[in-house]
Design a protein around this ligand. Structure first.
Ligand SMILES: Cc1cc2nc3c(=O)[nH]c(=O)nc-3n(C[C@H](O)[C@H](O)[C@H](O)COP(=O)(O)OP(=O)(O)OC[C@H]3O[C@@H](n4cnc5c(N)ncnc54)[C@H](O)[C@@H]3O)c2cc1C
Length: 437
């Protein structure tokens, strides 16, 4: 245990809190003791992952639990292809942990700095019209609930709690381990190309349906989108990775180094942004390579930004992107960051942004030194008009009253919360806003 006094900030530097105290439990029993001790003095308690959420979901003004020491592989079922991980395991540790068993996660998001419990608790997803977000891979988990007791949830133990606890927003307890369904390790053949935006929008639904992992980035103020189409291949197909130099020039120098300078300049001299975006779109050439899945899914993001992302019924995505484009033009904003468009399969996780419907995601970003409020609020209005659901870990202005209408199982989730955390030991002001009480 450590006394606090230190300010905790998230990755994007838009959320900060000074916890009453910070604890770093290294065992499940220590997590239980921390929850009971917090309750005894009327403090709230919250686990924090890697602080990669943009929303205030991870803020812990009472007791902050840092699960850095509760990490690693707990068990492997080689027959079922399932692995059990301690809650604080970082996603970047997974390739090393899973390699000896020839396993991999079927899909990943853009980065791997998050913890497995933080990522699943907010609905972190990658892209793939036939693939779900990370929480859909959870087949079992163990939680410390409000009274400090351990609760096991699996297909055979409290199975009725699985649809809520797989994606619990940190509101149902402290997750101490998760069991994930993996797949045999695989390769991805990546094709990246610059294409006209209108054609990309016309083909978005078809490509999302028929590609394994399809996404595109549109550079505002240009007619160009960068498409990424990844096709799954068995390991035996053989790798043909990007050379070290090509990877460094494209991903480190252009995507991060030069880009940081462009964003910083754009923040003080917005008129430069459209020209730079057109240049970036021109410089983005065709690349084709094949590598192990995590090396293709992941990118290294060192330019700090703010983000809002909405999940829409997939068929509405092209129209919504066109509306965002018209909005940017009408308002005269200079937006340096591309808009990212992805997809996910419908799932049965109650608070998943893809619950019950084939989903497309639209993400908007601003450099972290720019005020995103006006842009995000106007884009949010467009997304709401299309029945959009906000990513729980990203910026949005929604509250429980409006979210209830988006999620058929919203009240079922609240009933589970009443059962597992009747005293709201795990709440914070973000959860009060989005869950209502
Ligand atoms: C650069 C960057 C790239 C990103 N890319 C993507 C992407 O591609 N796709 C996507 O969907 N999202 C993406 N995100 C968002 C990010 O994946 C989520 O916000 C994720 O929740 C962050 O995980 P974390 O470990 O940092 O958790 P935190 O942000 O620290 O916490 C998130 C929530 O999880 C809870 N939590 C953490 N650990 C536990 C536990 N043990 N028990 C109970 N609750 C717990 C916290 O209390 C909090 O409610 C990105 C964010 C950044 C900054």
């Amino acid at each position: 245990m450590s006394a606090s006094g230190a300010v905790w900030r998230n990755w994007a530097r838009n959320q900060a809190v000074t916890p009453v105290r910070v604890e770093r439990p290294s065992s499940v029993a220590a997590v239980q003791r921390a929850v009971v001790a917090a309750g005894a003095v009327g403090l709230r308690v919250k686990a924090v992952g890697s602080g990669h959420s943009f929303s205030g979901i991870a803020l812990a003004p009472g007791v902050q639990l840092d699960l850095f020491d509760l990490a690693g592989l707990i068990g492997v079922d080689t027959v079922a292809g399932q692995v059990t991980l301690a809650a604080g395991t970082r996603l970047f540790e997974l390739p090393r942990l899973l390699r000896p068993y020839g396993l991999a996660l079927p899909n990943l998001g853009d980065v791997d700095r998050q913890t497995i419990s933080g990522a699943t608790s907010t609905g972190t997803h990658g892209t793939g019209g036939r693939y779900g977000g990370l929480a859909t891979q959870i087949v079992a988990l163990t939680l410390v609930v409000g009274d400090g007791t351990l609760l096991r949830v699996s297909a055979t133990e409290n199975p009725e709690l699985l649809p809520a606890t797989r994606l619990g927003l940190g509101a149902l307890g402290i997750v101490v381990d998760v069991t994930l369904q993996c797949v045999p390790a695989f390769l991805l053949h990546a094709v990246e190309a610059a294409e006209p935006l209108e054609e990309v929008l016309e083909h978005y639904l078809d490509r999302s349906d028929h590609s394994d992992h399809y996404e595109f980035f549109w550079f505002p103020h240009t007619e160009t989108a960068l498409t990424k189409t990844n096709t799954r291949l068995p390991l035996e197909s053989g790798r043909s990775p990007l050379g070290k130099v090509a990877r460094f020039v494209d991903d480190e120098l252009l995507a991060n180094g030069v880009y940081r300078g462009i964003c910083a300049l754009g923040a003080v001299a917005p008129a430069t942004v459209p020209g730079f975006n057109r240049l970036a779109a021109r410089l983005t050439g065709r690349r084709e390579f094949t590598d192990v899945s995590h090396r293709v899914f992941l990118t290294n993001r060192t330019v700090r930004f703010q983000e809002m992302e909405y999940a829409l019924p997939r068929a509405l995505v092209p129209a919504a992107v066109r509306e965002v484009r018209a909005l940017i033009e009408a308002r005269g904003w200079r937006i340096s960051f591309p808009i990212e468009v992805r997809s996910a399969a419908a799932d049965d996780v109650w608070l998943s942004t893809a619950a019950g419907r084939e989903t497309g995601y639209i993400a908007v970003h601003r450099y972290y030194r720019e005020d995103p409020a006006a842009y995000f609020q106007a884009v949010e209005a467009i997304m709401r008009a299309h029945g959009g659901r906000p990513h729980w870990g990203k910026t949005h202005d929604r509250d429980a009253a409006s979210l209830r209408t988006d999620y058929p199982h919203f009240d079922d989730f609240l009933s589970v919360r009443d059962r597992l955390d009747p005293e709201r030991r795990f709440s914070n002001s973000y959860l009060e806003r989005v869950l209502g009480r």
